[in-house]
Design a protein around this ligand. Structure first.
Ligand SMILES: NC(=O)c1ccc[n+]([C@@H]2O[C@H](COP(=O)([O-])OP(=O)(O)OC[C@H]3O[C@@H](n4cnc5c(N)ncnc54)[C@H](OP(=O)(O)O)[C@@H]3O)[C@@H](O)[C@H]2O)c1
Length: 293
């Protein structure tokens, strides 16, 4: 029997692409799986597919738009009501936007969804993860990183560039993971980031980021690009491999660690983004040092 039998996982962005493939594999392994989707109909369709394919009845749909902090707070509350334990959190949801618009909390949306979404959700579920230890937090990153411009995180002073905004927000996943792992030392909860490789995807499609040109390129290259199921193997390795039970604060590629960009290896930069993120999400500081600006 797998060590993951009777354990509980939560996967964001679980209605399509990589998240759905990860949720499917976890369900096949016998875990109770919470699937987070922003659209109830797409979420229910994914749950039905996964149930039909795996026979797993312990699938729970949570509907939340991760660009909206009040929705994330409601999601965390609902997760706590439904689950008394959480052994695995996969922060997978991600997107890109063709133009700068603000979230309901006044934050540029790529930063809101891709960085502050996992930051806030993880922090709100941390005590549940701690009491469930051993537990793992796996955040899906990318190698398409752009340096974090701390002076203009919200894209107020620069012309908006979709890929740069995406790359900056996804660098946040690494800053976040490394600082989180430091804070979780000795707790039995690990935090790692994984680059799933480039794979077939609807990334940003729902938010209008995929124009006709990109759709055509994706269609033409489709045969050469791995499927989400193939990419999911990387995530599942970090999420479930027994030999990684105590490995934390690492950036993984295809089952091995890969170097992170220099900026994300700077502990002071990691702490700085953490403090800013706490302020942007109105989270109570977890340590005295986080009070400092
Ligand atoms: N595809 C690649 O080559 C690649 C490479 C490196 C890293 N990644 C990362 O892999 C992860 C998964 O992406 P994917 O390629 O599988 O794309 P995808 O098929 O578009 O999946 C993204 C998921 O995130 C959800 N999502 C987006 N915005 C959301 C919001 N505001 N609230 C809640 N959920 C939201 C999407 O929901 P909807 O279906 O409602 O839009 C979808 O379920 C992302 O973190 C991405 O950055 C992808």
């Amino acid at each position: 029997m797998s060590i993951w039998q009777n354990k509980t996982a939560l996967v964001t962005g679980a209605n399509s692409g990589l998240g759905k493939a990860v949720a499917m594999a976890l369900a096949a392994e016998g875990l109770r799986v919470g699937l987070v989707a922003r659209d109830r109909i797409r979420g229910e369709a994914a749950v039905a597919d996964i149930r039909a394919a795996t026979g797993n009845d312990e699938l729970h749909l949570f509907v939340a738009d991760l660009s909206d902090q009040s929705a994330i707070r409601a999601l965390a509350q609902e997760v706590r009501q439904k689950f008394d334990r959480l052994h695995l959190l996969v922060n997978n949801a991600g997107t890109a936007f063709p133009e700068r618009r603000l979230s309901p909390d006044g934050i540029e949306r790529a930063l809101a969804v891709n960085h502050l979404g996992p930051f806030l959700l993880t922090n709100l579920l941390l005590d549940l993860l701690r009491t469930s230890a051993p537990a793992r937090i796996v955040t899906v990153g990318t190698r398409m990183n752009t340096a974090m411009d701390f002076a203009d995180l919200n894209w107020e002073q620069r012309p908006y560039r979709m890929m740069q905004a995406y790359g900056q927000s996804k660098l946040g996943n690494l800053h976040f993971t490394f600082e989180l792992a430091r804070r979780l030392e000795g707790s039995g909860v690990t935090a790692n980031c994984v680059f799933p490789g480039v794979f077939k995807s609807n990334l940003g499609g729902t938010d209008g980021a995929q124009n006709l040109f990109w759709k055509l390129v994706a269609r033409l290259l489709g045969w050469a690009i791995p499927s989400p199921e193939q990419a999911a193997r990387r995530v599942l390795h970090v999420a479930t491999a027994p030999e990684l039970a105590e490995v934390s604060g690492q950036y993984f590629g295809d089952r091995t660690t890969i170097p992170a960009p220099a900026q994300a290896r700077d502990p002071e930069a990691n702490r700085r983004l953490w403090r800013i993120s706490e302020a942007l999400t109105a989270l109570a500081p977890a340590e005295p040092e986080t009070v400092a600006p």
